[in-house]
Design a binder for this molecule. Sequence first.
Ligand code: A3P
Length: 337
Amino acid sequence: MTSPPSLQTTPTSEEDVAYNNMCKEHNHLMETLPKGHGWRVQYIYNYKGFWLNPNTIKSNLLLHTYFKSHTTDIFLATFPKAGTTWLKSLMFSTLNRHHHAFSDHPLHHHGPQSAFPILDVESYPITDFTTNFSDVPRLFNTHFPYTLLPACMDACKFVYVCRDPKDVLISKWHFVSKLRSKDLPPLTLDKAIELFQQGVSEYGPFWEHVLSYWRASLESPDKILFLKYEELKKQPEVEVKKLAAFMGKPFTMEEEKKGVVGEIVKLCSFKNLSNLEVNKTGVDKFANVAVIETKNFFRKGEIGDWKNYLSEEMKERIDRITDEKLQGSGLTLTTRV
Ligand code: A3P
């Protein structure tokens, strides 16, 4: 991955012209978009109905300018902290189960984030996306809501995983508290709750994010597999079988008899992954934008940890917002556990 070229006064190629125009558009957006209180960075901006940090808005413009999807691509889409790390591991190990032995698996030596790239932090030129991929299908991850994705991705498959917003909120607050710049005052839990309820958090509002994929999944059920973190916890083998079939690699009877589904579930379990040395001491590099210690992607991995942080009144308020936002959509989130 090469670094972005500097803004040039005399563009040398068609690509540079496109890049320069994109940078100008980005600068203009930064001056004109509504600004909100950021969790990880000081300010986030409301771009087409969603709150994003400045880098992410640029990544979205890059995606629209340069990304060329293949109809065989499969995207993992999530609101941050809804189960990305888990699903990345499950999708990678399910799809590649014929290539890697469970006794010496790539996930033993590499953090799950490196299993496949996230689109939201890639930089120009997007060479990795066009040249270095020989795998079919290509796997990518994104946190962008469905409505912010380029139209070329409509033909592709998506796996979306959602989670009780109360657990997402608590998970996100912990995660961000570790990564937030030390130059900024800490984000208190009370402030995080207030902002989350208002929808002001990176990639938020949470509910509109979930609904963007839910509505798309109703229109194209064969293109979007909608999963729930809580269901995965309760019946992982059932959900992994759905995942395999959706990705075009259903388990054979023989594989099921041999316990392959169980092996994948065990390999990707919170207990197994969080105890691997690579995930305790490693780091994940996200293009030229961020370096994050892998251990930050593993905290408790439980359903209902919000009970240790939210009062009954706070819980009621978030559940009420969830009910109101999802009313009439046909979607229910697992909020009562
Ligand atoms: P908690 O903070 O509630 O523990 P993401 O991967 O989208 O960033 O989400 C991180 C959340 O998923 C964290 O939740 C993390 O502990 C949990 N998690 C990570 N790996 C997991 C796994 N293999 N199984 C279940 N949960 C997992």
